[in-house]
Each structure stands twice: as structure tokens, then as C-alpha cells.
Design a protein around this ligand. Structure first.
Ligand code: DHB
Length: 391
């Protein structure tokens, strides 16, 4: 088999890259270890930046998003018994976010790739990559009981935080020590219930952080800060609802409870590798960087990476210009580090650290008063939340 770009991983980065390349006439093959059902059903975050929405709309994968997604013009921060609204729309000159689950984005991209005749293979095994230092790297894999060798011009490593492609870069050629582990996690639930709020609520409380999000008029997504070792089975429905209620109590929000049909624990890490490329290999998305979930930047960063990679590959195939490929890492890391700072900032401002002193808590409150009370500070949070334009 022969293709121009071998893409390893059918998550947001890999599928969007394949879709964007197809739009400019560049061929790719996408492979993934997971089944299509697994990819289409795994619950992840659900907030799309304005730039992600615009890109999906412009490239013909925005129909369902516009029909079923919810445009949010603002979000709320609750602390010290009050809610404060960040008016995203006004503060950013008309930009918004859209609540639309990541696995729905993946369903849309998979459907479009297949409708456009794209080659996407699920459930592959025994993947290996060779020749990254040459002009024709190869990807070997097994699929449906057959061995395949894919000759490519480039390989894109889009295989998420459990990446193997990052480990193809020789030690000494890559730094992997930009890492921070946080001493807490999020307990996430999906519940059959009516929305508790028209807009998201990020709540700071003595019992720890809580986030009221949504998915649809009848399904809600909520999270609360927990110990990383928490076993979801130790938490009954009533205990979960009581805990969330206690955390938002006094901030003017009434939680509408309902039957909980999914519970998960999200780990908190910040990670970046540098560079994000080696020979003919380019990494994108979680294979190269991870953010803690606060602010929902993960999928949006993956989309921004492949937006840049698509343009770089386009310049190479269309004009034999490898300037954008050479500067790929430098280009995307600017945004990656901006998002790293924002996710860390939101996390550290809103969560209860186990070793926090009264001084630390008062300092957090002062910071929350600043971001909700000062128009320039509120604009900083709003600009970052809706996301920088894709340039
Ligand atoms: C969601 C996740 C986030 O990390 C966030 O900051 C906001 C919303 C969500 O899954 O709905």
C-alpha cells in the first residue's frame, strides 16, 4: 500500500488531519488499535472553541454540531456564596464556545471520511514504523488477519496520551521532562436530568471544586474534584448528588438530580514534549502534550496542531516548500504553552489543594475577585476560554 501521509490514531487529531488533507487533495490512511464503536462511544470533554467550530463548519463537518450543539455566550464562576458571569460574547467581540461532546465530533469526522472515500482502519494490531530518517517511512500493521506495509512520505503520530509514536523519537533528540502531576482528579458523571443552569458553572468551595456542565436538555455532565485513588463504586447516587450540592450550595445554583448512568475518574497532568517532530514523523494532540481538563483545551489543541500540520504538509506537496514543516514545532508550541498556562491557571485558581493554608485560600479568592471584577482580567479569561483564532 502507498499513501502520502500515514496517520496513526483515529482521535480528534488524526481524523481531522486526514479530513483537512483530503480537502486539499492529499491522500492519507488512518489506522487505530481501537474499534470504531469504542472510539465513537468513549466519553470525553465537550466544549469546542470558536476556532474549532469555525474549522468544522468551513470544511463541511459542522451540520450536526450546529443542529445539536449548544452555543454558550458566557459561563459562571461561583465562589464565596455568589455566582459571577464571564460574558464571553461581549468580552471577546462576539466569540462563543459550543457544548458538543467530543465523541460526537469523532462520529462526524469518521462519517465524513468514509463518505469521501477515505481509508480509515479500526482494530489494527502489531503496528510498527520504520525509516523515519528516510524520505519514505513505512508503517506496518495487521488488519482483518492480513499483514500490511504502508509506504508513506510522512507519518503523523496522533495516537493520544498512550502514544507509541512519541517513543519513536530517539532519547537525546526529545525532552519529555515538562511534566506536572496534580494531587487530585475529577469524578465525572453523566445523568438523566434537566439542566441545572443555562450556562456552565465552575465552583470553588471549601469541599473542593465542582463543575456543572451539560450535554442536552435531558443529559447532564457534572464533575467534582476527588482524590486520584477514588473508586467510583464507593459512591452511591445519593452520595454523589449530596457532594455536588454541598459544593455549589449558597452560590445560587440548584442542582437538578436524576439517574446517573456513567461515572469516571479523570487524572490531572500537564505534559509537553519538545520537539514534536523527528525526521518524517510529526506528532499532534495528546501524543505530544496533555493538559488538565479544567477549561477543556485538549481536543481544541489537537485541532489547532493539525490545522498547522495540514498547512505545512500542503506547502510541501504543493510547492516543495518545507519551511512550515521545519517550523512546525515552534509554531504549535506557542499555542500549546498558552493553553498549558491557562489550564494550570484555571486549575490552581479553582481547586482545593490538600496542603493549602488559609493564606492560599484567601489568595485564591482575591484572584477570583480579580478575574470576575476587573474587565481586563475578565477579558483575559474570556479570550483564552473561547480560544485564540487559528492562524
Ligand atoms: C466540560 C469539560 C471541561 O473540562 C470543562 O472545563 C468544561 C466542560 C464538559 O465535559 O462538559
Amino acid at each position: 500500500m502507498r499513501t502520502q501521509v500515514g496517520i496513526i490514531g483515529a482521535g480528534p487529531a488524526g481524523l481531522m488531519l486526514s479530513h483537512l488533507l483530503h480537502q486539499r487533495g492529499i491522500e492519507s490512511v488512518v489506522i487505530d488499535l481501537r474499534s470504531r464503536e469504542d472510539i465513537e462511544e468513549t466519553i470525553k470533554a465537550g466544549v469546542l472553541e470558536q476556532g474549532t467550530v469555525d474549522l468544522m463548519t468551513q470544511t463541511g463537518v459542522g451540520d450536526r454540531l450546529h443542529r445539536d450543539g449548544f452555543v454558550h455566550h458566557g459561563f459562571n464562576i461561583a465562589f464565596s456564596g455568589e455566582q459571577h458571569r464571564i460574558n464571553l460574547y461581549d468580552l471577546t467581540g462576539g466569540r462563543t464556545v459550543t457544548v458538543y461532546a467530543q465523541h460526537e465530533v469523532l462520529k462526524d469526522l469518521i462519517a465524513k471520511r468514509l463518505a469521501d472515500g477515505g481509508d480509515v482502519r479500526f482494530g489494527v494490531t502489531d503496528t510498527s514504523v520504520e525509516g523515519l530518517e528516510t524520505e519514505h517511512p513505512t508503517v506496518r500493521f495487521a488488519h482483518d488477519g492480513e499483514q500490511h506495509t504502508l509506504d508513506c512520505d510522512f507519518v503523523a503520530g496522533c495516537d493520544g496520551s498512550r502514544t507509541f509514536t512519541r517513543f519513536l523519537i530517539p532519547e537525546g533528540e526529545i525532552r519529555t521532562d515538562f511534566f506536572r502531576q496534580y494531587p487530585f482528579a475529577w469524578f465525572g458523571i453523566l445523568a438523566e436530568a434537566a439542566p441545572s443552569s443555562d450556562e456552565l458553572i465552575y465552583a470553588h468551595s471549601e469541599r473542593g471544586f465542582a463543575l456543572i456542565s451539560t450535554r442536552s436538555p435531558s443529559v447532564q455532565r457534572l464533575y467534582f474534584q476527588c482524590d486520584p485513588d477514588t473508586d467510583p463504586d464507593d459512591w452511591s447516587e445519593s452520595r454523589i448528588w449530596e457532594e455536588i450540592e454541598a459544593r455549589v450550595a449558597g452560590a445560587g445554583a440548584t442542582i437538578k438530580t436524576g439517574s446517573i448512568f456513567k461515572k469516571d475518574i479523570l487524572q490531572f497532568r500537564s505534559f509537553v514534549c519538545e520537539p514534536m517532530q523527528y525526521g518524517r514523523l510529526y506528532l499532534a494532540g495528546d501524543a505530544a502534550h496533555t493538559v488538565p481538563p479544567t477549561g477543556a483545551k485538549g481536543l481544541n489543541l489537537a485541532v489547532a496542531d493539525v490545522h498547522a500540520l495540514d498547512r505545512a504538509l500542503g506547502a510541501y506537496f504543493e510547492a516543495k516548500d518545507d519551511g512550515l514543516l521545519e517550523s512546525y514545532t515552534r509554531t504549535v508550541l506557542k499555542r500549546v504553552w498558552r493553553a498549558q498556562h491557562f489550564s494550570w491557571w484555571m486549575t490552581s485558581m479553582l481547586h482545593r489543594f490538600s496542603d493549602a493554608t488559609d493564606f492560599d485560600v484567601r489568595r485564591q479568592i482575591a484572584e477570583l475577585e480579580m478575574v470576575t471584577g476587573s474587565p481586563s482580567a475578565a477579558k483575559t479569561i474570556a479570550d483564552n476560554y473561547v480560544g485564540l483564532p487559528l492562524t
